[in-house]
Design a protein around this ligand. Structure first.
Ligand code: SF4
Ligand code: SF4
Length: 474
C-alpha cells in the first residue's frame, strides 16, 4: 500500500445558481495574458447542452482519455509511436471555433466617431486578428438552455433516452455544471505529453504544466477527455487549471471555491492507494470504474491506514485534514457525490452531488420521497450517463439518500417530530443525517474547506524549483 494524499473537490449541483461568479476571479487572476483570452479554467455549463469546447464529452470526436483492453490501459488516441508519427498534425484537437473565437469591442469608435444622426456602435472585433468579427459561439452560449433545442441533440448524456422528447418545451429540464480540471489520479494529459512537461505533484496531487519543458505539441489538449488543458497561441505552450496551488499551499481554497455564491464547493484531502491506480483504471467494464475508484480511496480513520501513512512520511496535518475532509464524507462515507464520466478512466477528483429536481407527478400514496425518483424532472438515466457511466444503481442509491434526508428534515422542521423511517430505509443514522444536513445546507467556511498547508521543504529544493512552473508571461 503506497499512501498518497490528493486535494479534491466536491460540487453540490443542487445549489449551483449558474451565476458564473466562480469563473470571474479565476479568469482575472490566471488567464488575462495574450493568447489566453479564450481560456476559462473554470467555466459553468448548462445541461443539457454540448458545452465548452463544443461536444467535449464525445470521445468519438476528440479521442481523449483511456481505454481498457484485456486489463491493459491505452490512451484512446494511441501511444508514443502513433504520436511521433503524427507529431506535426494532431487530428484530434478542437479548433478555436469549438471553444469560441475570443472577441472584444471597438470601444474607440464610441468616443472618436464624428457627429452623426445615429449613435456610434461598438462592434465586436476579434481578440486574435483585430479584424471585425461575427459572434457565433461562446463559453456560455447555451446558458439557461439558449438554443438547446438544436445543440442538445448532440449531448452524449442522452444515450438511451429520447433526446427530442426531452428537448420539447414542456418536458425540458435544466441544471448547471461548473467545471475545472479534475486533477485526475490517472491523468491522460500527463500520459499524452511527449515532452514530459505535465506532472502530478506528489504532495497534493495537483496536475501542472512545466512551462520550461512544454514544446507545444498539444497532445495534452486532445488527450484530456474533459478538455481542461488549453494551448496559448501566443506563448506556444499549454496551460491549465492549477487548483490555485499558491493559495492551497497556504491553506486557502481555490478562487472559484472562495467566490462561490451558492456555497456549493467543498475542498479537502483524500488518501488513496497509489499502488492500485492501474487496477482501478483498467477494470474491464466501464461501469465498474466508479466502484473501483471508490475502492482505492482509503479510510483515514482506519488504524492500519493511519499507521502506514505515518510510516510513509505523510505529514500529520494532511492526515488530520483527511480525517475531517468534507470530500471524504460526501464521496466515500455517504456516497452522495460521483465522478464525472468515470468511463474516461482518468480517475477524476472533482466530484458532483447530483441535483434533485421537481416532481413531474406527485404521488400522495408514496411511502417516502425515495419512491418517486422516476417522477423527477431530470431523468435519472441522464444523470447516470454523466456521473456513473450509465449505471443507475449507485446514482439511485445516492439520490435516495438525499431524498430521505429531505423527508427526515421535513419531519423535524415542519411536523415537529423526528421520523427516521426514511433514513432507515437507506441505511443512514440520525446523527449521520444531521451531519449531512449541516454540511450540505449550513456549512461554514471552515467546514467546507479543510485544507492543510503544504510541507514541501522535505520533498523538493524550493530554491532550484523557482520558475520551473507557473506561466511564462506576467
Ligand atoms: S482533467 Fe485535468 S488532470 Fe485530468 S486529464 Fe484533463 S487536464 Fe489532466
Ligand atoms: S459561483 Fe458557485 S453558484 Fe455561481 S455558478 Fe459558480 S459554482 Fe455555481
Amino acid at each position: 500500500m503506497r499512501i498518497r494524499a490528493q486535494i479534491a473537490m466536491v460540487m453540490n449541483l443542487d445549489k449551483c445558481i449558474g451565476c458564473h461568479t466562480c469563473s470571474i476571479p479565476c479568469k482575472h487572476v490566471w488567464t488575462t495574458r495574450p493568447g489566453a483570452e479564450y481560456m476559462w479554467f473554470n467555466n459553468v455549463e448548462t445541461k443539457p447542452g454540448v458545452g465548452y469546447p463544443r461536444r467535449w464529452e464525445d470521445q468519438n470526436v476528440y479521442r481523449g482519455g483511456w481505454v481498457a483492453d484485456r486489463q491493459e490501459l491505452h490512451l484512446r488516441a494511441g501511444g508514443r509511436v502513433e504520436k511521433l508519427l503524427k507529431i506535426f498534425h494532431n487530428p484530434d484537437l478542437p479548433a478555436i471555433d469549438e471553444y469560441y473565437s475570443p472577441w472584444t469591442y471597438d470601444y474607440e469608435k464610441l468616443i472618436s466617431s464624428p457627429l452623426r444622426s445615429q449613435q456610434p456602435a461598438a462592434r465586436p472585433v476579434s481578440a486574435i486578428t483585430g479584424e471585425r468579427t461575427e459572434i457565433t459561439w461562446g463559453p456560455s452560449w447555451e446558458d439557461d438552455l439558449a438554443g438547446v433545442n438544436t445543440t442538445g441533440l448532440e449531448d452524449v448524456n442522452f444515450k438511451d433516452l429520447d433526446a427530442k422528447a426531452y428537448l420539447q418545451f414542456k418536458d425540458v429540464f435544466m441544471f448547471y455544471l461548473p467545471r475545472i480540471c479534475e486533477h485526475c489520479l490517472n491523468p491522460a494529459c500527463v500520459g499524452s505529453c511527449p515532452s514530459g512537461a505535465l506532472y502530478k505533484r506528489e504532495e497534493d496531487g495537483i496536475v501542472l504544466v512545466d512551462q520550461e519543458r512544454c514544446r507545444g505539441w498539444r497532445y495534452c489538449v486532445s488527450g484530456c477527455p474533459y478538455k481542461k488543458v488549453y494551448f496559448n497561441w501566443k506563448a506556444g505552450r499549454s496551460e491549465k487549471c492549477l487548483f490555485c496551488y499558491p493559495r492551497v499551499e497556504s491553506g486557502l481554497p481555490t478562487l472559484c471555491a472562495q467566490s462561490c455564491v451558492g456555497r456549493i464547493r467543498y475542498i479537502g484531502p483524500v488518501l488513496y492507494d497509489a499502488d492500485r491506480i492501474m487496477d482501478a483504471a483498467s477494470v474491464a467494464d466501464d461501469q465498474g470504474v466508479y466502484e473501483a475508484q471508490l475502492a482505492i480511496l482509503l479510510n483515514p480513520h482506519e488504524p492500519a491506514v493511519v499507521d502506514a501513512a505515518r510510516s510513509q512520511g505523510l505529514p500529520e496535518n494532511f492526515l488530520t485534514a483527511a480525517q475531517a475532509s468534507p470530500v471524504y464524507k460526501l464521496a466515500v462515507e455517504w456516497k452522495v457525490a460521483f465522478p464525472p464520466h468515470p468511463e474516461f478512466r482518468t480517475l477524476p477528483m472533482v466530484w458532483y452531488v447530483p441535483p434533485l429536481s421537481p416532481m413531474v407527478q406527485w404521488d400522495e400514496k408514496r411511502e417516502s420521497c425515495a419512491d418517486v425518483l422516476d417522477s423527477m424532472r431530470i431523468p435519472v438515466k441522464y444523470l447516470a450517463n454523466l456521473l456513473t457511466a450509465g449505471d443507475e444503481a449507485p446514482l439511485r442509491a445516492g439520490l435516495k439518500r438525499l431524498m430521505a434526508l429531505r423527508d427526515y428534515m421535513r419531519s423535524v422542521r415542519v411536523e415537529n417530530r423526528a421520523d427516521a423511517a426514511a433514513l432507515e430505509a437507506v441505511g443512514l443514522s440520525e446523527s449521520a443525517a444531521q451531519e449531512m444536513y449541516r454540511l450540505l445546507a449550513l456549512a461554514k467556511y471552515a467546514d467546507r474547506y479543510v485544507i492543510p498547508t503544504t510541507s514541501r521543504e522535505g520533498s523538493e529544493d524550493l530554491h532550484n524549483a523557482r520558475g520551473c512552473f507557473g506561466f511564462s508571461e506576467p
